[in-house]
Each structure stands twice: as structure tokens, then as C-alpha cells.
Design a protein around this ligand. Structure first.
Ligand SMILES: [Zn+2]
Ligand SMILES: [Zn+2]
Length: 85
């Protein structure tokens, strides 16, 4: 799957909006924009559909457990389901 330029632009915007800080633990190491709604499942490539996370949280919290759900409203992020561990 190819990702359009607008996608990368949105990721950069997301990181900037989140001050380049992980929205889970506050780390500023290896932060990246994660899609709250999976891109492969039709999630929007917009800043609203992303959240900035560090690589550790990205792998350990988000992708390690597919049952976790992330919801982002305004400046608040809530997670539901079994995550982490
Ligand atoms: Zn983190
Ligand atoms: Zn991700």
C-alpha cells in the first residue's frame, strides 16, 4: 500500500501538535504518529486520526495488544481494553 504525501504531512503536523511528546508516557524519544484508526482499515490520514507515541509505547501498548482501543478527544486520550503487559 502506498501512502500519499498528505499522509506524511499529517504525521508531521500531529507530532508538532503534541509537542513531539509521547501522549502515553511523555517521552520525547523516537516519537511517531500512530493511526488511532488503522490506515489499512480505511482510517483517515488526518491529524485528528493520529496520536503521537514513543516507540516503546507504540510497540508495547498499542501494537502488542490489538484489543486496546484508543479514543482521542480534544486534548484527552482514553484507552480501553487490555493493553500493555
Ligand atoms: Zn511513550
Ligand atoms: Zn501504530
Amino acid at each position: 500500500m502506498t501512502r500519499p504525501y498528505s499522509h506524511r504531512k499529517s504525521q508531521n503536523q500531529r507530532r508538532k501538535l503534541d509537542d513531539y511528546l509521547c501522549q502515553f508516557c511523555g517521552s520525547d524519544e523516537n516519537v511517531a504518529a500512530h493511526h488511532i484508526f488503522e490506515y489499512s482499515k480505511g482510517g483517515p490520514s488526518t491529524v485528528e486520526g493520529m496520536v503521537t507515541v514513543c516507540r516503546r509505547c507504540h510497540l508495547k501498548i498499542i501494537h502488542a495488544d490489538s484489543e486496546i482501543e484508543i479514543e482521542k478527544k480534544e486534548n484527552e486520550i482514553t484507552t480501553a481494553g487490555k493493553g500493555g503487559k
